[in-house]
Design a protein around this ligand. Structure first.
Ligand code: ADP
Ligand code: MG
Length: 912
């Protein structure tokens, strides 16, 4: 991450020593230094002809990052100037690598014709200026972006803690490549979850905030680059003004109620966009207000844990998203991802979405037709965004036209597909927006654009013949002259008697006559020397020009230049017309994305045999024969095995289910599938089960006794405890909590005690729905006295000394842990297995494995405190904890953990 120094974001005046340096430099270097001084936090791509060149330190950084040659160009203050360069036509590729490497790039272009500069004198330098800052959060190029993922730029504002309100954060997020704009607010504890939901490429924060080490780490963990901005940019009044002006409205009320803090975040966002886009205004869709009760709260750890967007390996493959994605367009895939990341909590809203999926699931013909037509719809949102920033090309115009045609076609198909009762509300809304796609624009585009289109307008040839009389005329002139030239070859051959004479063209000489060296001497003598002007002698050929050729060439160039100018003019007019209809086009593009996502979910439901969940405001969680979406698909792919569906019934009678069973039995799978089913249901998808009834969940927590997290410098146990603490402190009655083998990271009795107390707390204080998998059989005893706690176990069979996994979850407790049988399956040497059996037998004899007395532990003997009660003083806690430690019993690692724990108690970060 690079900190902004005296950058564009701050003061833009070069300091005194730079000025002196500039005075001593050549005019070009002086210009370079001045521009560079205003962009110290960026690598400066300085346009020189067909190259972007980098100088001084930038050249050293870029040549290292890109693996390109570092050379020298001229001298400055007596020293060689380091230099490297990248060709303009391949710049995207290099940009992508620099951005991925955490750099920012200022693109500096020539902003006048070199001929203009020459008029000012022989030493005058062509005017140049920065036209754009390329940063991770402001990309629009297809080559720089993942087509199927959003790329948000998120501005963060910390709202001051006022009386009666807890401190929190306001976020304003813009995907500049589609124009989507979202405002949201979260409590401080939910920030990591919100960042995980949005997954921004770049986060903006005021200088004051950016210095906060904990916040920096959070942003880094979310995978975003942090850009500090002047605090003054976060001004709520300015934000409100800017937004109203950009949206052309007098009041923002129509879009939702924005808090002061959200407006401040919006201000920071829009200011940064203005600076990085250097005056170009990106597409802005009306802002959407999210969060504040309408979304299921899922923290970052839970998202990672459940592999919602990425698998544990960090890839999209293997995630829930990949398992359910049946969309056929990139925009549809983005819509699916954002809905999966933000499940709803309002039963009516969820049911409206489910109505749409159900409707399409029931109509295979309609669904198939829609999917075929959707495949024809290009990425309208991204094409529009590029056009708005003047980074678009003919291909983007073509995409707009094709998307409008697809929208109309889909509108008709939906109209035909509407039954007697009409379309469900969501689909009816989509249909209306598709039909409203501006037909006039489509007609003008179709009338003007050629069949095949270049990416860049300057490549010309994208306006079809017959579209513009003037253009046709100049093209005729150009082509006519070319024909004349082609005819000249025969004329010259005849006139000179040289049959092998050729008329050729290259970029240096233009059109020329080429003959062999032998014939060259002929043309250099009278009478031919009158007509043929010698230009070049190569090894085997000699080249000449003629006045006639030169004149024709000038005519061709003129006509071609004129034709290009006309094409560019038409391009500008078409672009303007498209942007004039931006609202309707944005609405249509959103409708296309939504429709693709709904048909994709319907396709999934049918292909994978998912059912519509019943969603309401109860506290029921009843899943019959539920399956794990990813494990199910994996099993089928790898060995054709089928997944064993399992019931999960939580609700009035059961609040906490304690799941025991040997390793590899399927405990973790069972826990997670239920969390995934909740997520799927509330995003509006069918679910992998025979039946499901879910009273909406408002917070979802999932924790696993984690592997050592050395990278973050925290031990397993510490991570586990920090995360468990977060759950016990936050989970409310509507939460769904999944705890998998909590307490595994420490000594047995410690772990068991913590697991024990945790379950009690969930049952009595949090009162939420919870699934708790554990290898501590002792916990099953709790069922005897916590009335809403029940036991479940995953069945295994023992057969000829081996264990067979049945993957069936049934009521009751596991009889034992089968650890040795599993170890045998895993291939431990037979001698070790035999020895382990002996040790176990001995231990069981001595009754060490299942110490008696848990059944007798009086439920209320240990005072269980609600969180709001007065905490013990740090000294009390320390004393008690110290007394409980026996140094001789500790491994070095346990000693370290104990130290951490004691220290945390002292500083009070260790909440009771
Ligand atoms: P545990 O947490 O009890 O150690 P896991 O949940 O990790 O066990 O499951 C181990 C493996 O068993 C999984 O990777 C999966 O291949 C298989 N498995 C789990 N549950 C089922 C099931 N219901 N049907 C079929 N296979 C399953
Ligand atoms: Mg497990």
């Amino acid at each position: 991450m690079r900190a902004a120094g005296g950058s564009l974001l701050g003061a833009a005046t070069p300091n005194a020593s730079r000025k002196e340096e500039a005075a001593l430099a050549t005019p070009m270097i002086a210009q370079y230094l001045e521009i560079k001084a205003a962009n110290t936090d960026c690598l400066l791509f300085y346009r020189m002809g067909d190259f972007y060149e980098l100088f001084f330190e930038d050249a050293e950084i870029a040549s290292r990052a890109l693996g390109i040659a570092l050379t020298k160009r001229g001298k400055h203050l007596g020293e060689d100037i380091p230099m490297c360069g990248v060709p303009v036509h391949a710049a995207d590729d290099y940009l992508q690598r620099l951005i991925a490497g955490g750099h920012r790039v200022a693109v500096c272009e020539q902003i006048e014709d070199p001929a203009e500069a020459r008029k000012r004198g022989p030493k005058a330098v062509v005017r140049r200026d920065v036209v754009r800052l390329v940063t991770p959060g402001t990309l629009t190029e297809e080559t720089l972006l993942d087509a199927r993922a959003h790329n948000f730029l998120t501005a963060l504002f910390r709202s001051p803690a006022k009386q009666g309100s807890e401190p929190g954060y306001a976020l304003a997020s813009l995907d500049i490549s589609t124009g989507e704009l979202i405002a949201s607010s979260v409590g401080a504890g939910d920030l990591s979850g919100e960042l995980a939901r949005l997954k921004p490429g770049e986060v903006l924060a005021g200088d004051d905030l950016a210095g906060d080490a904990a916040l920096r780490r959070l942003i880094e963990e979310a995978g975003a680059a942090l850009t500090p901005c002047p605090r003054a940019h976060f001004d709520s009044q300015r934000g409100e003004r800017a937004l109203k002006q950009r949206l052309g409205v007098a009041a923002l009320d129509a879009f939702g109620e924005f808090t002061r803090a959200e407006l401040a975040a919006l201000a920071g966002l829009l200011t940064y966009v203005e600076i990085t886009q250097v005056g170009k205004a990106p597409l802005l869709r009306p802002p959407r207000k999210e969060g504040a009760g309408s979304l299921l709260i899922i923290d970052a750890a839970t998202r990672a844990n459940l592999e919602l967007m990425r698998s544990n390996q960090g890839a999209r493959t293997g995630s829930l998203l990949a398992a359910i994605d049946r969309t056929v367009t990139a925009a549809g895939a983005r819509e699916l991802a954002s809905r999966l990341g933000s499940p709803l909590t309002d039963p009516a809203a969820v049911n409206a979405r489910l109505d749409a999926v159900a409707y399409l699931a029931d109509q295979p013909r309609l669904r198939q037709d829609l999917r075929e037509e959707l495949k024809q719809a290009p990425d309208l949102a991204r094409a529009l965004a590029r056009l708005a920033l003047s980074r678009g090309g003919p291909r983007d115009l073509g995409a707009v036209g094709a998307a409008i045609r697809a929208a109309h076609g889909l509108g008709v198909s939906l109209a035909h597909g509407a039954g007697a009762l009409g379309l469900p509300q969501e689909l009816a809304g989509i249909r209306a927006r598709l039909e409203a796609a501006p037909a006039g624009i489509e007609q003008s585009l179709a009338a003007a654009l050629a069949e095949t289109l270049p990416v860049n307008a300057r490549d010309s040839g994208f306006i079809k013949d017959g579209a513009d009389r003037d253009l046709d005329e100049h093209r005729r002139l150009r082509d006519g002259s070319r024909q004349v030239i082609a005819g000249l070859q025969a004329t010259y051959a005849e006139a000179t008697g040289i049959k092998s004479l050729k008329v050729r063209h290259n970029n240096v000489l233009g059109y020329f006559v080429e003959v062999t060296a032998l014939h060259g001497t002929v043309l250099s003598k009278p009478p031919h020397v009158e007509l043929f002007i010698h230009r070049q002698t190569l090894a085997n050929v000699v080249r000449f020009s003629t006045p006639e050729l030169a004149e024709l060439e000038a005519r061709i160039t003129q006509a071609a230049d004129r034709a290009l100018a006309i094409e560019l003019d038409i391009f500008a007019r078409l672009t303007e017309a498209v942007l004039g209809e931006e609202r309707a086009l944005s609405a249509a593009s959103a409708a296309l994305a939504e429709l693709d996502h709904y048909t994709g979910l319907a396709e999934l439901a049918v292909a994978e045999n998912y059912v519509r969940p019943r969603i309401d405001a109860s506290l029921v969680f009843a899943v019959e024969e539920g399956r794990h979406p990813m494990v199910e698909q994996n099993l089928r792919r790898s060995d054709g095995a089928s997944f064993v569906g399992n019931d999960c019934a939580l609700g009035d009678g059961t609040r906490v289910l304690v799941v025991t069973g040997p390793n590899m039995a399927g405990k973790s799978t069972f826990l997670r599938q239920n969390a995934l089913i909740a997520v799927l249901a509330q995003m509006g998808s069918f679910v992998p089960a025979k039946r499901a009834h879910i009273g909406v969940v408002d917070q979802l927590f999932s924790r696993v006794g984690a592997a050592d997290d050395l990278a973050r410098g925290r031990s397993t146990f510490m991570v586990e405890m920090v995360e468990t603490a977060a759950i016990l402190n936050q989970a409310g009655e509507r939460a769904l909590v999944i705890l998998d083998e909590i307490g595994r990271g420490t000594a047995t009795f410690d772990g068991l005690s913590i697991a024990w107390a945790t379950v009690e707390h969930l049952h009595d204080v949090n009162k939420c729905r919870a699934l708790f998998a554990t290898h501590f059989h002792e916990l099953t005893a709790l069922a005897g006295r916590l009335d809403r706690l029940h036991n479940a176990t995953v069945r295994v069979k023992e057969w000829q000394g081996d264990v067979v996994f049945l993957h069936e979850v049934v009521a009751g407790a596991a009889d034992r842990s089968y650890g040795i049988q599993v170890a045998k399956l895993a291939g431990l040497p037979p001698s070790v297995i035999e020895r382990a059996k002996l040790v176990l037998a001995k231990l069981e004899q001595e009754d060490r494995v299942a110490p008696k007395g848990f059944e007798d532990l009086p439920l209320f003997a240990v005072p269980r405190k609600a969180p709001q009660e007065k905490p013990e003083s740090a000294e009390d806690l320390l004393g008690a904890a110290l007394a409980a430690i026996n140094p001789d019993d500790l491994s070095p690692r346990e000693a370290m953990e104990a130290l951490y724990m004691l220290k945390a108690k002292l500083t009070g970060t260790h909440k009771p």
